[in-house]
Design a binder for this molecule. Structure first.
Ligand code: ADP
Length: 161
């Protein structure tokens, strides 16, 4: 059984993230999407629970996709959920530099039990990020190319609240 962890902020989940999840579903037996909660980072649009629920709704017909949240170190989340690899998506050289360091660190602290696998989104989603989506949305522009309808609906509700 190949079981992998896909950790991130997912604030909110974008079609870039979903493209990575689709690839992971094809490659592995099961995918655990982990919404990672960093208490030091307060400027989120959605609560962790809201982010988890949005993702659960999107993958409700995929029995091999689980959605969890955690405040723990990513490598501990991987080990505790029986995942022997972490999936990361690469968009830029900045992502690459960060992932190289994190991979090294995670391998060391897990005694080589957890490796990182990097995937690339298809070209139309390659540069999509949650922060870009939030910025474009705040300018009242169409974001339907970048996020699912259900996400737009939730963003709209936040705006009108
Ligand atoms: P961000 O808030 O920067 O969009 P997240 O922490 O939610 O990032 O992302 C989780 C993981 O998904 C990271 O490995 C990130 O690089 C990756 N990712 C996010 N968007 C994309 C994309 N458009 N293409 C490839 N990987 C992506």
């Amino acid at each position: 059984m190949t079981r992998v962890l896909y950790p991130g902020s997912f604030d909110p989940i974008t079609k870039g993230h979903m493209n990575i999840v689709d690839q992971a579903i094809n490659l592995f037996d099961s995918v655990v999407i982990a919404v990672m909660h960093n208490p030091a980072k307060k400027e989120n649009m959605f609560t962790v629970e809201e982010r988890v629920n949005l993702i659960k709704e999107l993958y409700k017909d995929h029995p091999n996709v689980e959605v969890i949240s955690s405040m723990d170190a990513t490598v501990d989340v991987a080990i505790n959920n029986n995942c022997n690899a972490i999936i990361r998506g690469l968009r830029s050289l900045t992502d690459y530099d960060y992932e190289v360091q994190m991979n090294q660190f995670n391998k060391e602290i897990s005694n080589n039990r957890v490796s990182t696998i990097c995937l690339f989104a298809d070209k139309e989603y390659q540069f999509v990020s949650s922060s870009m989506v939030k910025e474009i949305f705040s300018l009242n522009k169409d974001i339907s190319r970048y996020v699912d309808e259900s996400v737009i609906k939730k963003m709209q509700e936040k705006k009108n609240f």
